[in-house]
Write a protein of this length. Structure first.
Lengths: 230, 182
Protein backbone atom coordinates (compact mmCIF):
# COMPACT_ATOMS: atom_id res chain seq x y z
CA UNK A 1 0.00 0.00 0.00
CA UNK A 2 1.49 3.33 -1.05
CA UNK A 3 1.95 6.16 1.43
CA UNK A 4 1.25 9.53 -0.09
CA UNK A 5 0.97 13.05 1.28
CA UNK A 6 2.21 16.60 1.31
CA UNK A 7 5.44 17.70 3.03
CA UNK A 8 3.66 20.84 4.12
CA UNK A 9 1.44 18.88 6.47
CA UNK A 10 3.48 15.71 7.05
CA UNK A 11 7.16 16.46 7.54
CA UNK A 12 10.23 14.38 6.75
CA UNK A 13 10.55 13.55 10.45
CA UNK A 14 7.02 12.08 10.30
CA UNK A 15 7.64 10.13 7.10
CA UNK A 16 10.92 8.63 8.33
CA UNK A 17 9.22 7.71 11.60
CA UNK A 18 6.64 5.62 9.74
CA UNK A 19 9.25 4.01 7.47
CA UNK A 20 11.54 3.20 10.39
CA UNK A 21 8.82 1.80 12.65
CA UNK A 22 8.16 -1.22 10.41
CA UNK A 23 11.63 -1.23 8.84
CA UNK A 24 10.12 -0.72 5.41
CA UNK A 25 12.01 -1.11 2.13
CA UNK A 26 11.11 0.62 -1.12
CA UNK A 27 11.38 3.98 -2.82
CA UNK A 28 10.20 7.32 -1.48
CA UNK A 29 9.53 9.72 -4.32
CA UNK A 30 9.37 13.44 -3.59
CA UNK A 31 8.17 15.88 -6.20
CA UNK A 32 9.81 19.12 -5.14
CA UNK A 33 9.06 22.39 -6.91
CA UNK A 34 12.37 22.23 -8.78
CA UNK A 35 13.03 18.50 -9.17
CA UNK A 36 11.87 14.99 -8.48
CA UNK A 37 14.06 12.96 -6.16
CA UNK A 38 13.88 9.21 -5.53
CA UNK A 39 15.02 8.20 -2.04
CA UNK A 40 15.91 4.55 -1.63
CA UNK A 41 14.91 2.97 1.65
CA UNK A 42 16.22 -0.33 2.98
CA UNK A 43 14.90 -1.75 6.25
CA UNK A 44 13.75 1.70 7.32
CA UNK A 45 17.09 3.35 6.53
CA UNK A 46 17.55 6.00 3.84
CA UNK A 47 20.52 4.68 1.87
CA UNK A 48 20.61 6.50 -1.45
CA UNK A 49 19.02 9.40 -3.33
CA UNK A 50 18.95 10.42 -6.95
CA UNK A 51 17.10 13.01 -8.99
CA UNK A 52 14.98 11.65 -11.83
CA UNK A 53 13.63 13.47 -14.83
CA UNK A 54 10.68 11.10 -15.29
CA UNK A 55 8.97 9.19 -12.49
CA UNK A 56 8.58 5.99 -14.50
CA UNK A 57 12.36 5.64 -14.73
CA UNK A 58 12.48 4.85 -11.03
CA UNK A 59 10.34 1.80 -11.56
CA UNK A 60 12.44 0.42 -14.39
CA UNK A 61 15.44 -0.13 -12.09
CA UNK A 62 14.47 -2.94 -9.76
CA UNK A 63 17.93 -4.07 -8.69
CA UNK A 64 19.77 -1.66 -6.41
CA UNK A 65 23.28 -3.03 -6.99
CA UNK A 66 22.84 -2.91 -10.76
CA UNK A 67 21.45 0.62 -10.50
CA UNK A 68 24.42 2.10 -8.68
CA UNK A 69 26.81 0.19 -10.93
CA UNK A 70 25.09 1.69 -13.95
CA UNK A 71 25.24 5.14 -12.37
CA UNK A 72 28.97 4.55 -11.65
CA UNK A 73 28.65 5.27 -7.97
CA UNK A 74 30.79 3.38 -5.49
CA UNK A 75 28.90 1.89 -2.58
CA UNK A 76 31.11 3.69 -0.09
CA UNK A 77 30.15 6.99 -1.69
CA UNK A 78 26.38 6.64 -1.78
CA UNK A 79 25.99 8.55 1.50
CA UNK A 80 27.06 11.69 -0.40
CA UNK A 81 23.75 11.52 -2.29
CA UNK A 82 21.92 11.74 1.05
CA UNK A 83 23.87 14.88 1.88
CA UNK A 84 23.23 16.41 -1.52
CA UNK A 85 19.58 15.53 -2.07
CA UNK A 86 18.22 15.10 1.45
CA UNK A 87 20.13 17.01 4.12
CA UNK A 88 20.48 20.08 1.93
CA UNK A 89 16.72 20.23 1.36
CA UNK A 90 15.43 19.92 4.92
CA UNK A 91 14.46 23.59 5.01
CA UNK A 92 12.19 23.14 2.00
CA UNK A 93 8.59 22.29 2.85
CA UNK A 94 6.90 22.31 -0.53
CA UNK A 95 6.65 18.84 -2.01
CA UNK A 96 4.43 15.85 -2.59
CA UNK A 97 5.68 12.47 -1.41
CA UNK A 98 4.74 8.92 -2.16
CA UNK A 99 6.37 5.79 -0.86
CA UNK A 100 6.08 2.56 -2.80
CA UNK A 101 7.11 -0.44 -0.76
CA UNK A 102 8.92 -3.49 -1.84
CA UNK A 103 9.72 -3.43 -5.53
CA UNK A 104 13.45 -2.65 -5.30
CA UNK A 105 15.79 -5.58 -4.66
CA UNK A 106 18.89 -5.13 -2.54
CA UNK A 107 21.33 -7.95 -3.36
CA UNK A 108 23.95 -7.19 -0.77
CA UNK A 109 24.59 -5.12 2.32
CA UNK A 110 24.22 -1.42 1.77
CA UNK A 111 26.26 0.86 4.04
CA UNK A 112 24.25 3.18 6.27
CA UNK A 113 26.28 6.31 6.95
CA UNK A 114 23.38 8.34 8.35
CA UNK A 115 21.16 6.15 10.56
CA UNK A 116 17.46 7.00 10.32
CA UNK A 117 17.46 8.26 13.93
CA UNK A 118 20.13 10.79 12.93
CA UNK A 119 18.10 11.89 9.90
CA UNK A 120 14.94 12.27 11.97
CA UNK A 121 16.75 14.43 14.53
CA UNK A 122 18.26 16.57 11.78
CA UNK A 123 14.82 16.93 10.17
CA UNK A 124 13.25 17.95 13.46
CA UNK A 125 15.76 20.81 13.79
CA UNK A 126 14.08 22.50 10.83
CA UNK A 127 10.51 22.26 12.11
CA UNK A 128 8.57 25.48 12.52
CA UNK A 129 6.57 26.41 15.61
CA UNK A 130 3.40 25.39 13.81
CA UNK A 131 4.89 22.00 12.90
CA UNK A 132 6.16 21.12 16.40
CA UNK A 133 2.76 21.95 17.83
CA UNK A 134 1.39 18.92 15.96
CA UNK A 135 3.13 16.50 18.34
CA UNK A 136 3.97 18.73 21.30
CA UNK A 137 0.43 20.02 21.47
CA UNK A 138 0.11 20.46 25.22
CA UNK A 139 2.66 21.74 27.70
CA UNK A 140 1.23 19.36 30.30
CA UNK A 141 2.32 16.29 28.29
CA UNK A 142 4.70 13.98 30.14
CA UNK A 143 7.26 11.82 28.37
CA UNK A 144 9.42 8.92 29.47
CA UNK A 145 12.40 7.20 27.86
CA UNK A 146 11.71 3.96 26.00
CA UNK A 147 13.40 0.67 26.93
CA UNK A 148 15.80 0.93 23.97
CA UNK A 149 16.43 4.67 24.26
CA UNK A 150 20.16 4.26 24.92
CA UNK A 151 20.62 2.10 21.84
CA UNK A 152 18.82 4.66 19.66
CA UNK A 153 20.66 7.61 21.19
CA UNK A 154 23.89 5.79 20.37
CA UNK A 155 23.04 6.15 16.67
CA UNK A 156 22.58 9.93 16.82
CA UNK A 157 24.94 12.87 17.23
CA UNK A 158 22.86 14.95 19.60
CA UNK A 159 23.52 18.64 20.04
CA UNK A 160 24.33 19.93 23.52
CA UNK A 161 20.82 21.40 23.73
CA UNK A 162 19.23 18.07 22.79
CA UNK A 163 21.34 16.26 25.39
CA UNK A 164 20.13 18.72 27.99
CA UNK A 165 16.48 18.23 27.01
CA UNK A 166 16.84 14.45 27.03
CA UNK A 167 18.40 14.50 30.49
CA UNK A 168 15.27 16.20 31.78
CA UNK A 169 12.85 13.58 30.40
CA UNK A 170 12.14 11.42 33.43
CA UNK A 171 8.52 10.31 33.31
CA UNK A 172 7.38 13.02 35.71
CA UNK A 173 8.39 16.40 34.28
CA UNK A 174 5.90 18.08 31.96
CA UNK A 175 6.87 19.84 28.76
CA UNK A 176 6.43 23.11 30.67
CA UNK A 177 8.87 21.88 33.36
CA UNK A 178 11.44 20.87 30.75
CA UNK A 179 11.17 24.21 28.97
CA UNK A 180 11.69 26.05 32.24
CA UNK A 181 14.46 23.89 33.71
CA UNK A 182 16.48 23.68 30.50
CA UNK A 183 16.67 27.45 30.16
CA UNK A 184 16.36 26.94 26.41
CA UNK A 185 13.83 28.62 24.17
CA UNK A 186 10.57 26.72 23.69
CA UNK A 187 11.10 25.98 20.01
CA UNK A 188 14.49 24.32 20.64
CA UNK A 189 13.01 22.18 23.41
CA UNK A 190 9.95 21.23 21.37
CA UNK A 191 12.01 20.36 18.29
CA UNK A 192 14.17 18.06 20.41
CA UNK A 193 11.13 16.39 22.00
CA UNK A 194 9.52 16.01 18.57
CA UNK A 195 12.64 14.32 17.24
CA UNK A 196 12.96 12.03 20.29
CA UNK A 197 9.33 11.04 19.94
CA UNK A 198 9.65 10.34 16.22
CA UNK A 199 12.81 8.26 16.68
CA UNK A 200 11.23 6.30 19.52
CA UNK A 201 13.77 7.53 22.09
CA UNK A 202 10.90 8.79 24.24
CA UNK A 203 7.18 8.10 24.38
CA UNK A 204 4.14 9.64 26.01
CA UNK A 205 3.79 8.44 29.55
CA UNK A 206 0.71 6.29 29.88
CA UNK A 207 -1.68 7.29 32.60
CA UNK A 208 -1.82 4.60 35.26
CA UNK A 209 -5.34 5.49 36.25
CA UNK A 210 -7.99 3.75 34.13
CA UNK A 211 -11.50 4.59 35.16
CA UNK A 212 -13.60 1.57 36.10
CA UNK A 213 -16.42 1.30 33.55
CA UNK A 214 -19.77 2.35 35.04
CA UNK A 215 -21.65 -0.69 33.80
CA UNK A 216 -22.21 -4.27 34.92
CA UNK A 217 -20.74 -7.26 33.13
CA UNK A 218 -24.26 -8.59 32.43
CA UNK A 219 -25.32 -5.39 30.73
CA UNK A 220 -22.10 -5.24 28.78
CA UNK A 221 -22.67 -8.81 27.57
CA UNK A 222 -26.14 -7.76 26.37
CA UNK A 223 -24.67 -4.80 24.46
CA UNK A 224 -22.07 -7.03 22.82
CA UNK A 225 -24.72 -9.53 21.80
CA UNK A 226 -26.94 -6.77 20.41
CA UNK A 227 -24.12 -5.29 18.33
CA UNK A 228 -23.30 -8.73 16.93
CA UNK A 229 -26.93 -9.14 15.83
CA UNK A 230 -27.23 -5.79 14.08
CA UNK B 1 -43.68 5.75 30.58
CA UNK B 2 -40.44 4.51 32.07
CA UNK B 3 -37.38 6.41 30.92
CA UNK B 4 -34.66 4.28 29.39
CA UNK B 5 -31.17 4.42 30.85
CA UNK B 6 -28.62 5.84 28.45
CA UNK B 7 -25.22 4.29 27.82
CA UNK B 8 -22.83 6.45 25.84
CA UNK B 9 -20.01 5.82 23.40
CA UNK B 10 -18.32 8.84 21.81
CA UNK B 11 -17.26 8.84 18.17
CA UNK B 12 -14.56 11.48 17.79
CA UNK B 13 -12.09 12.40 15.06
CA UNK B 14 -10.84 15.21 12.84
CA UNK B 15 -12.96 17.03 10.27
CA UNK B 16 -14.31 14.71 7.55
CA UNK B 17 -13.08 11.53 9.24
CA UNK B 18 -16.44 9.83 8.66
CA UNK B 19 -18.03 10.08 12.12
CA UNK B 20 -21.57 10.77 10.94
CA UNK B 21 -21.36 7.94 8.42
CA UNK B 22 -20.10 5.57 11.14
CA UNK B 23 -23.12 6.34 13.33
CA UNK B 24 -25.56 6.16 10.40
CA UNK B 25 -24.33 2.71 9.49
CA UNK B 26 -25.39 1.07 12.77
CA UNK B 27 -27.96 3.39 14.32
CA UNK B 28 -31.51 2.05 14.62
CA UNK B 29 -32.92 5.54 14.30
CA UNK B 30 -32.25 8.14 11.68
CA UNK B 31 -29.20 9.92 13.04
CA UNK B 32 -30.06 13.19 14.73
CA UNK B 33 -27.78 15.70 13.10
CA UNK B 34 -26.78 19.28 13.80
CA UNK B 35 -25.25 20.11 10.47
CA UNK B 36 -24.54 23.41 8.81
CA UNK B 37 -23.23 24.27 5.40
CA UNK B 38 -19.45 24.46 5.32
CA UNK B 39 -17.61 27.53 4.15
CA UNK B 40 -14.08 28.49 3.07
CA UNK B 41 -11.57 25.66 2.65
CA UNK B 42 -13.87 23.18 4.41
CA UNK B 43 -16.29 23.49 1.51
CA UNK B 44 -13.73 21.83 -0.74
CA UNK B 45 -13.95 18.72 1.43
CA UNK B 46 -17.70 18.41 2.04
CA UNK B 47 -20.87 20.50 1.82
CA UNK B 48 -22.20 19.97 5.34
CA UNK B 49 -20.49 19.43 8.69
CA UNK B 50 -21.51 18.65 12.25
CA UNK B 51 -21.49 21.74 14.47
CA UNK B 52 -22.75 20.47 17.85
CA UNK B 53 -23.10 16.70 17.79
CA UNK B 54 -24.73 13.83 15.98
CA UNK B 55 -26.29 10.97 17.70
CA UNK B 56 -27.69 7.62 16.84
CA UNK B 57 -28.99 4.95 19.16
CA UNK B 58 -29.38 1.23 19.53
CA UNK B 59 -31.98 -0.28 21.86
CA UNK B 60 -30.35 -2.87 24.14
CA UNK B 61 -33.31 -4.09 26.22
CA UNK B 62 -36.41 -2.73 27.93
CA UNK B 63 -34.34 -0.55 30.18
CA UNK B 64 -31.27 0.52 28.24
CA UNK B 65 -30.30 2.32 25.07
CA UNK B 66 -26.80 2.69 23.64
CA UNK B 67 -26.16 6.20 22.32
CA UNK B 68 -23.44 6.88 19.80
CA UNK B 69 -22.47 10.55 20.04
CA UNK B 70 -20.44 12.05 17.21
CA UNK B 71 -18.34 15.08 18.08
CA UNK B 72 -17.82 18.00 15.70
CA UNK B 73 -14.48 17.63 13.93
CA UNK B 74 -13.21 21.18 13.86
CA UNK B 75 -11.01 22.15 16.80
CA UNK B 76 -12.99 25.38 17.25
CA UNK B 77 -15.75 23.19 18.66
CA UNK B 78 -13.50 21.31 21.09
CA UNK B 79 -15.52 22.57 24.07
CA UNK B 80 -18.13 20.03 22.88
CA UNK B 81 -15.63 17.17 23.29
CA UNK B 82 -15.48 17.89 27.02
CA UNK B 83 -19.28 17.85 27.31
CA UNK B 84 -19.72 14.70 25.24
CA UNK B 85 -16.85 12.83 26.88
CA UNK B 86 -18.38 13.09 30.36
CA UNK B 87 -19.75 9.69 31.40
CA UNK B 88 -18.75 7.91 28.20
CA UNK B 89 -18.12 4.19 28.39
CA UNK B 90 -15.44 4.41 25.73
CA UNK B 91 -14.24 6.46 22.79
CA UNK B 92 -13.70 5.64 19.14
CA UNK B 93 -11.39 8.06 17.33
CA UNK B 94 -11.89 7.88 13.57
CA UNK B 95 -9.13 8.91 11.17
CA UNK B 96 -9.36 9.51 7.44
CA UNK B 97 -6.64 7.08 6.30
CA UNK B 98 -6.30 8.87 2.97
CA UNK B 99 -5.49 12.26 4.52
CA UNK B 100 -2.20 12.32 6.48
CA UNK B 101 -2.55 16.03 7.17
CA UNK B 102 -5.28 15.14 9.70
CA UNK B 103 -3.21 12.52 11.57
CA UNK B 104 -1.65 15.02 13.97
CA UNK B 105 -5.09 16.40 14.77
CA UNK B 106 -6.26 12.85 15.48
CA UNK B 107 -3.39 12.40 17.91
CA UNK B 108 -4.31 15.69 19.59
CA UNK B 109 -7.87 14.39 20.03
CA UNK B 110 -6.55 11.14 21.57
CA UNK B 111 -4.37 13.18 23.95
CA UNK B 112 -7.38 15.30 24.87
CA UNK B 113 -9.57 12.36 25.81
CA UNK B 114 -6.73 10.43 27.47
CA UNK B 115 -5.97 13.33 29.78
CA UNK B 116 -9.57 14.04 30.75
CA UNK B 117 -11.47 10.76 30.46
CA UNK B 118 -9.34 7.70 31.22
CA UNK B 119 -11.65 5.25 29.44
CA UNK B 120 -10.82 2.70 26.72
CA UNK B 121 -10.06 4.13 23.27
CA UNK B 122 -10.03 2.46 19.87
CA UNK B 123 -8.81 4.15 16.67
CA UNK B 124 -10.67 3.43 13.44
CA UNK B 125 -8.50 3.84 10.35
CA UNK B 126 -11.43 4.80 8.12
CA UNK B 127 -11.87 5.01 4.33
CA UNK B 128 -9.92 1.84 3.65
CA UNK B 129 -12.12 1.43 0.55
CA UNK B 130 -10.54 4.52 -1.00
CA UNK B 131 -7.38 4.59 -3.12
CA UNK B 132 -4.28 5.85 -1.32
CA UNK B 133 -5.58 4.83 2.10
CA UNK B 134 -2.74 4.27 4.56
CA UNK B 135 -2.81 0.85 6.21
CA UNK B 136 -3.93 0.58 9.84
CA UNK B 137 -0.33 -0.27 10.83
CA UNK B 138 1.02 2.86 9.13
CA UNK B 139 -1.71 5.02 10.67
CA UNK B 140 -0.74 3.58 14.05
CA UNK B 141 2.91 4.50 13.50
CA UNK B 142 1.99 7.98 12.27
CA UNK B 143 -0.15 8.57 15.37
CA UNK B 144 2.73 7.54 17.69
CA UNK B 145 0.60 4.85 19.27
CA UNK B 146 2.96 2.64 21.23
CA UNK B 147 2.11 -0.96 22.09
CA UNK B 148 1.72 -0.25 25.77
CA UNK B 149 -0.88 2.47 25.19
CA UNK B 150 -3.44 -0.28 24.67
CA UNK B 151 -5.13 1.48 21.77
CA UNK B 152 -5.93 -0.90 18.88
CA UNK B 153 -6.12 0.57 15.38
CA UNK B 154 -8.81 -1.09 13.28
CA UNK B 155 -8.96 -0.84 9.48
CA UNK B 156 -12.49 -0.06 8.30
CA UNK B 157 -14.82 1.66 5.94
CA UNK B 158 -17.56 3.42 7.91
CA UNK B 159 -19.96 2.48 5.11
CA UNK B 160 -19.44 -1.20 5.85
CA UNK B 161 -21.72 -2.42 8.64
CA UNK B 162 -19.63 -5.46 9.54
CA UNK B 163 -16.49 -3.31 9.88
CA UNK B 164 -18.28 -0.71 11.99
CA UNK B 165 -19.60 -3.52 14.22
CA UNK B 166 -16.09 -4.97 14.50
CA UNK B 167 -14.75 -1.59 15.64
CA UNK B 168 -17.50 -1.24 18.26
CA UNK B 169 -16.98 -4.82 19.43
CA UNK B 170 -13.24 -4.25 19.80
CA UNK B 171 -13.97 -1.32 22.10
CA UNK B 172 -16.56 -3.29 24.06
CA UNK B 173 -14.16 -6.22 24.53
CA UNK B 174 -11.55 -3.85 26.00
CA UNK B 175 -14.22 -2.51 28.34
CA UNK B 176 -15.10 -6.08 29.32
CA UNK B 177 -11.43 -6.84 30.00
CA UNK B 178 -11.18 -3.67 32.07
CA UNK B 179 -14.27 -4.67 34.09
CA UNK B 180 -13.10 -8.23 34.65
CA UNK B 181 -9.65 -7.17 35.80
CA UNK B 182 -10.81 -4.40 38.14
Amino acid sequence: MALTGDLNTFSFADILQVLARDKKSGVLLVEWNDMIVAYYVKDGELVFARPVDKVFRVYTDRNFDQLITRLRIKKEDIYKTIERFFLSRLNQKEGIFSFTPGFIKYDSDVPVYYPVEELIMRSSRYLTEEEVERKISDEMLIFEKTHDADEKVGRVKLTEEEKKVLSLVDGSKTVADIRKESGLDSLTVDRALYGFLATGIIRRKRKERIQKPSITLDLLAKIIEKIKQL
Amino acid sequence: MKELKKIKIVIAGPFAAGKTQFINTVSEIKTVQTERKTSGSEKNVKDYTTVAMDFGKIRIDDEHELYLFGTPGQSRFDFMWEILGEGALGIIVLVDSTDPKTFHEARRIINFFQSRFPVPIVVGANKQDMPNAWSAEDVKAALDISEDEGIPVIALSAKNKDEVKKTLLTLLEIIRYSLESS
